[in-house]
Design a protein around this ligand. Sequence first.
Ligand code: UD1
Ligand code: CA
Length: 456
Amino acid sequence: MVAVAILAAGRGTRMKSNLPKVLHSLGGRSLVERVLESLQTVPHGRRMIIVGYQAQEVKTALQEKSNSHLLPTLEFIEQTEQLGTGHAIQQIIPHLEGFTGDLLVLNGDVPLLRPETIKQLLQAHQEHQNAATILTAQLPNPQGYGRVFCNGQNIIKEIVEDRDCTTAQKQNRRINAGVYCFNWSKLMEVLPHLQANNDQKEYYITDAVNQLEQVMAVDVEDYQEMLGINDREQLATAYEILQRRLKSQWMAKGVTMIDPNSITIDDTVTLQPDVIIEPQTHLRGKTEIASGCRIGPGSLIEDSLIGENVTILYSVVTNSIVNANSQIGPYTHLRAEVEVGAGCRLGNFVELKKTVLGSGTNVAHLAYLGDATLGEKVNVGAGTITANYDGVNKHPTIIGDRTKTGANSVLVAPLTIGNDVYIAAGSAVTEDVPDDCLVIGRSRQVIKRGWRKKTH
Ligand code: UD1
Ligand code: CA
């Protein structure tokens, strides 16, 4: 049996934030959520989270997730005073009475761990029947981390915190990642007796490690996995690492990225082969992009489904669907709940909200369509506006197939316009229009000759 404890009680002073450190977002998910996700390879068992600073906020944030089937049921254990990582683990003693398995301990601020790495740790621990096994890595810049000293064959002699190291000890680049697997019964021989004999006067979990025998180090090749987030700069570095990982995966699967460093992609996005992503493009949330699309430059796509061979240029698309072969932009805003049919063309300064367009419909310039349903092959003239809001309620506009709205038409909703209708330019349409009509909703032009002479 493996029980898991995640240390998430600290404030994270170095973040200089009111938000608890473990709730800071890294590419759309909090640090502690990412730590939980790295446990995929750990057999089902108890998952305990040690909370303290803003315990309720941390609980609420994680409970929402744990109900969502993504995460297993979590047990929250309070550490009312944050007296150190060892003190945090002491809080679970009453909760693990009689437990005889292993305890996997993870700091809540190591979000880049790969599930395979944790699997390796557990395997080494069980294979060698160690009292404890910990993840270590050689860091180019180990500053701030506990240094790990070994006796030859990865058997740990001692971990010394950065601030307690001598100058000579600081030269050691092998660091403690803050991920440990303990034989619980062995840990219980030392855990209750920790002393706070160190620079911070805290109870360190690393002291428990120092008192156990035998303790083995599992060295991780990709040291980037071990990055612990203590400040905003490390948070930004972690984001870069995640992005690099993700982009190389997509490129390996046949996605072209032009200037990848200027592109950001959430790890919830899916892309098909032969998608081209141009510079300064950002793909977020549950976005899916089909083969043959060219997205960007300069576009933001969030929670949207994009069909095959669509182009989106300098545009913002949120919570919408764009069907195959449509062209969007430049400067189109699909604000929410929009469905664009196949082969549509949407152009400059066009905003759509809660609107469905049939296939082959064009909205090429300067238009606002809200709460509207358009048929196929409709041509929406420049400056067409649906007046969908009367100050209290939103009303629908329905437009039939092949209808053409003249430039600067105002369609005052609720309104139903039939098929094959022509709306004269500059019309304010306030009444329903049947099929196959010309509608003119403006006053006739008046020309008064010799006007200047009369008035001067
Ligand atoms: C810790 C390790 C260090 C290791 C580094 C890896 C100790 C003493 N040091 O240092 O050897 O190299 O992690 O990233 O363990 N926490 C609590 N309660 C507390 C204190 C901390 O739950 O009373 C939690 C924090 O919320 C955080 C984690 O424990 O998630 C680690 O604490 P932090 O203060 O960041 O430890 P480091 O100084 O980074
Ligand atoms: Ca840390």
